[in-house]
Design a protein around this ligand. Structure first.
Ligand SMILES: Nc1ncnc2c1ncn2[C@@H]1O[C@H](COP(=O)(O)OP(=O)(O)O)[C@@H](O)[C@H]1O
Ligand code: SF4
Ligand SMILES: [Mg+2]
Length: 383
């Protein structure tokens, strides 16, 4: 985004009041319960996603934020059953419309992928097929899911082909591809990066999915084009009620766009909550660190990068995985396992916790642990 100052919630999909009214009556459209995804490696199994709990309600936009290597894409690929073997979903449930996607055979998943749950990837250049016209690639999505229907099989049913073409032009116009008629037959290389990303979104939207999974959809684009793509996704969310999970390493972007934010670190969700809570009252030092990395136009302050790197998931440090980088770590942080706990300390039902309605974090400072006097913090970072 051009101006990186984090704004209030005016840009997000629905207001907190609307959300509060929606949550008790509606069921989540997509729910992850204790999902763990493993990749076997020579050095042992890597838990790219470790016991993740998330719930997405109709019309909600959830941001999944963290540095590269934290497991964000693996969450999305797990939802769609696209984990490359020998990787696997080891445990947990992924509930969509009453069915556990993690237990469905691929033949059933194929009917859901692209039709009910669509995914937009980071790099349109490697996702679009260079040898097919863009319009045909959008039409392929319709045809695959038999969205238009018809008698004779494709490509001999001319009435069906005409209707599919009509829908493609409609969706191309909707995502802001100018002169869709003329561009239907254009190849991906004839599109700019922003237009290619619009084409990918058009493929995603062709079947009116209920859920859009967007994996770093603006990372490869210029800031002005990023802003256009974000505005486009927001319009889609408002006009069609499409629920969106936005994966991004950019907490500023998530703050602008999302109703709720889940912060991931080393395969685990370390903080989740309503966007305003997470941005204005971050509870996990990693979230605070990410916030300090956001340039703020108009306020002259140095960017403070988080020191060190995301750990190798095959060799996670004991205890809190963030401890080696955490500026307020205590010796005890490397010993215990810290659960995701409500920040307020109050009990909350599981669905509210998974959806981010309850502000939760995973840190020693929320456990009520009393530090020995010798370890008492002097910098105000009391547990
Ligand atoms: N195909 C794979 N084989 C082995 N390990 C993988 C594979 N995909 C992901 N991983 C592991 O999972 C971690 C998280 O990956 P990913 O979900 O792509 O992170 P992110 O999207 O947050 O950058 C990687 O750092 C790597 O350790
Ligand atoms: S548990 Fe300890 S090391 Fe981990 S984030 Fe909290 S204070 Fe830092
Ligand atoms: Mg990724």
């Amino acid at each position: 985004m051009a101006n990186r100052t984090i704004s209030q919630s005016h840009n997000r999909s629905i207001s907190h009041e609307q959300r509060t009214q929606m949550t008790p009556t509606n069921s989540p459209i997509l729910e992850l319960r204790n999902v763990t995804t493993l990749f076997p490696t020579r050095r042992g199994a890597v838990r790219a996603v470790d016991a993740a709990n998330l719930a997405l309600y109709p019309g909600q936009i959830l941001g999944l934020v963290g540095e590269s290597g934290c497991g964000k894409s693996t969450v999305l690929l797990s939802i769609l059953g696209l984990i490359a073997r020998p990787g696997r979903i080891d445990s947990g449930e992924i509930l969509f419309a009453g069915r556990d996607l993690s237990k469905l055979p691929d033949s059933e998943l194929r009917k859901i992928r692209g039709k009910e749950i669509a995914m937009v990837f980071q790099d349109p250049q490697s996702t679009l097929n260079p040898v097919f016209p863009v319009g045909e690639q959008i039409r392929e999505s319709l045809r695959l899911h038999n969205m238009i229907g018809g008698g004779r099989s494709w490509p001999f049913d001319r009435a069906r082909t005409t209707q599919e073409r009509k829908r493609v032009l409609e969706v191309m116009a909707e995502v802001g591809i100018p002169a869709p008629e003329a561009r239907y037959r254009a190849y991906p290389h004839q599109f700019s990066g922003g237009m290619q990303q619009r084409a990918l979104i058009a493929i995603g939207l062709a079947c009116n999915p209920k859920v859009l999974l967007a994996d770093e959809p603006t990372t490869a684009l210029d800031v002005t084009i990023q802003a256009q793509i974000v505005a486009l996704m927001r319009r889609i969310n408002r006009e069609h009620g499409t629920a969106i999970i936005l994966v991004t390493h950019d907490l500023g972007l998530a703050a602008e766009f999302c109703d709720h934010i889940a912060v991931m670190y080393a395969g685990r969700i370390v903080e989740i909550g309503r966007t305003d809570d997470v941005i204005e009252r971050p509870q996990h030092p990693y979230t605070t660190g990410l916030l300090r990395c956001i340039p703020d136009i108009g306020v002259r302050r140095p960017i403070e990068p988080i020191t060190g790197n995301v750990p190798d998931l095959a060799e996670l440090p004991a205890g809190c995985a963030f401890a080696p980088r955490c500026p307020v770590a205590r010796p005890v942080c490397s010993q215990g396992f810290f659960r995701l706990l409500p920040v307020s300390g109050e009990q909350a039902d599981a669905a509210a916790q998974r959806s981010g309605e309850v502000h939760m974090a995973r840190c020693l400072r929320l456990t009520g642990y009393r530090l020995p006097a010798s370890e008492a913090p002097t910098n105000g970072a009391a547990p």
